[in-house]
Design a protein around this ligand. Structure first.
Ligand SMILES: Nc1nc2c(c(=O)[nH]1)N[C@@H](CN(C=O)c1ccc(C(=O)N[C@@H](CCC(=O)O)C(=O)O)cc1)CN2
Length: 322
């Protein structure tokens, strides 16, 4: 059984080291500073698609991913449509469940139970956020651990905390792949994670710890997050507060991973995406940096496809992981 929390993907690494366009961001940053998540995700998905073909040829099984969306949040609708599209493109089967905002927690739990029992489905994901009144923890935890491709249930979260193999949350897994490609060995480096969510901050801190980093987590009650951030060789920011991290937060030469995505209006009446890092002023100080868009975001879906293939492989190998 391989250790899923220590992914090595040589083809994808090559793509990130030699980006050929795709990443946006300031030209002033110097292209060599940019960590091109879009190119990395494209290469990783191509690699996953090749492995899906080989897996089908060997076992006659096509990996299947069920995605559940409750309500009409426009951003979630886009993410879920992209997940279905990319699942198809990678040669896997996609099962979409678009439910009304009024769906009860009990109805959602009944659906999850049905998907848990369906042998054609190897991965289940419930899109977040869920409407008020539905307990997200209870719902994500109802997903069978071996189908929990978001890695958010108690079994997979616990396995990550113990440094054991399991299914790892997609965004932090993508951040780790980008970090390993940009930095190489992480052991002994000081890492600071800004934000302590269950979706990104906490699993990110555990992944960095499992790689031998000295990890600190800044959160809402941290007295001086800026001073803490300045100690970081690796700075991961996942707060949802746009442009929170300015150049004064960043040690010169640090690798900066921006997980934030906020859509803001522009003067021309359109919208644009910005991150939690003030890119234009931080990029000249940082050693390497992810842009928004085109950095961490695309890795989330690429890693979801990867996790679905991993879950399908586990289903035929029947390992005693869970
Ligand atoms: N159950 C889950 N819910 C949510 C997750 C998750 O991992 N599991 N993550 C986010 C949203 N998300 C996937 O669900 C996601 C976010 C961003 C991107 C992405 O590709 N971003 C692009 C820009 C896309 C755009 O133009 O809007 C980028 O940053 O370049 C993909 C998936 C919350 N919910």
């Amino acid at each position: 059984m391989s250790d899923f929390s220590s992914p090595e993907f040589p083809h994808a690494r090559k793509a990130a080291e030699h980006p050929e366009g795709g990443a946006s961001g300031s030209a002033a940053a110097g292209r060599e500073k940019l960590i091109d998540g879009k190119a990395f995700a494209t290469a990783l998905t191509r690699e996953t698609a090749e492995q899906v073909r080989a897996f089908h040829a060997e076992h006659g099984v096509t990996p299947g991913l069920a995605v559940v969306l409750v309500g009409n949040d426009p951003a979630s609708e886009v993410y879920v449509r992209n997940k279905a599209l990319q699942t198809h493109r990678a040669g896997m089967r996609s099962f979409m469940h678009m439910l009304p905002e009024t769906t009860s927690e009990a109805a959602l739990l009944t659906l999850v139970d049905r998907l848990n029992r369906d042998p054609e489905i190897h991965g289940i994901l419930v899109q977040l956020p869920l409407p008020a009144g539905v307990d997200a923890r209870r719902v994500t935890n109802a997903i069978a651990p071996e189908k929990d491709v978001d890695g958010l249930g108690e079994v997979n979260a616990g396995r990550l905390a113990l440094g054991l193999p399991g299914l790892v949350p997609c965004t932090p897994l993508g951040c780790m792949m980008l970090l390993k490609s940009a930095v190489g060995k992480l052991r002994g480096l000081n890492a600071v994670v800004v934000g302590a969510s269950n979706l990104v901050g906490k699993p990110m801190a555990l992944l960095l710890l499992n790689e031998g980093c000295t990890v600190s987590v800044a959160h809402i009650d941290t007295v001086d997050p800026q001073a803490l951030a300045r100690t970081a060789d690796i700075l991961v920011v996942a707060t949802g507060h746009r442009a929170l991290v300015t150049k004064d937060w960043v040690k010169p030469g640090a690798t900066v991973i921006d997980v934030g995505i906020t859509r803001i209006p522009t003067d021309s009446g359109k919208t644009k995406l910005v991150g939690d890092v003030a890119f234009d002023e931080v990029a000249p100080v940082a050693g390497r940096i992810t842009p928004v868009p085109g950095g961490v975001g695309p890795m989330t879906i690429a890693c979801l496809l990867r996790n679905t293939l991993t879950a399908a492989k586990m289903s035929v190998a029947s390992p005693d992981v869970f």
